[in-house]
Design a protein. Structure first.
Length: 297
């Protein structure tokens, strides 16, 4: 059987998490239209009788502006060091930019087999596709360029064939029933953060951490979940809560429904909003909120 690891890298908002969710067939990572959605290195594991593929979802590449950003960028660089294949995603809807070419050359020049996945072709003019892909022909160390639409399922089978062609023979890396290396508690925090990203505009979501203080299941299957939404400014707290709590109530409803779908049981959710100024640059708070430097080494 085939068995191997695939680092999924690219600029912010290239569609990495969406593609991994589609390939694995389950929601492994949260998604939103906003860049910087993925903060952690998350494994999505696809197992079949003939193969096991471990996909490493990584934070998008962009200019770091905080200690948290620095750690996220290091996680992406490190993910592409010890893998069998690098899969560089490029947002086809945005078109090919010189920074995409430069970044692809950086990843493909590491002596590891590299392919380029040209994403979101369902929302770009079809007539532009050949010219945009031709711009990538300058990449000398890239073996394949595959245009896809993860949302529409276009060329996903072709992509899988290419991925498998690069993987070595081997045994199972993870148990056959494992689909991710992250816990249910981790995913609960991510679900809440996803709803915040979707419900609020501009910079507020990117200055938010979600801390799960209680995650317990009763004998009847019901989950009791208490969590804090941590933001950086008092005015951000006011926006997150909304007039008479209206905004937070809507967010909590969406989050609770998603949690119940994920866990398969009813959820009682309690949420508080707290302010911790500049937590993204505070090493002790980063560790407390689940962004320990050791996790990004």
């Amino acid at each position: 059987m085939k068995s191997g690891t695939v680092a999924v890298v690219g600029r912010a908002n290239a569609g990495k998490s969406t593609l991994i969710n589609v390939l694995v067939g389950e929601k492994i990572a949260i998604t939103s239209p906003k860049p910087q959605t993925t903060r952690d290195r998350i494994l999505g594991i696809l197992t079949r009788d003939e193969y096991q593929i471990v996909f490493e979802d990584t934070p998008g590449v962009y200019k770091a502006r905080s200690e948290l950003n620095n750690r996220m960028q290091k996680a992406t660089r490190d993910a592409a060091k010890d893998v069998d294949l690098i899969m560089f995603l490029l947002d086809g809807h945005e078109g090919v930019k010189q920074e995409d070419i430069d970044l692809a050359e950086n990843f493909s020049g590491r002596g590891i087999p590299t392919i380029v996945v040209f994403t979101k072709i369902d929302i770009m003019p079809k007539e532009k596709l050949p010219d945009e892909i031709r711009k990538l022909e300058v990449l000398k160390n890239v073996s394949d360029i595959i245009p896809i639409s993860a949302r529409k399922g276009k060329n996903i089978k072709e992509l899988m064939d290419v991925i498998l062609s690069h993987l070595p023979e081997g045994g199972y890396i993870f148990d056959q029933n494992t689909v991710s290396d992250k816990s249910e508690k981790f995913m609960i925090a991510e679900i809440m953060r996803e709803k915040i990203l979707l419900e609020y505009d501009k910079e507020i979501p990117h200055g938010v951490a979600v801390v799960v203080n209680k995650f317990e299941q009763r004998p009847n299957g019901i989950y009791d979940i208490d969590l804090d939404i941590v933001c950086e400014k008092d005015n951000h707290k006011a926006i997150l809560i909304g007039k008479q709590g209206s905004a937070l109530k809507v967010t909590n409803t969406f989050a609770r429904e998603a949690m119940e779908k994920f866990l398969g049981n009813k959820v009682f959710l309690t949420v508080f909003v707290k302010v911790k100024e500049d937590w993204q640059d505070n090493p002790s708070l980063l560790k407390e909120y689940g962004y320990s430097k050791d996790d990004y080494e």
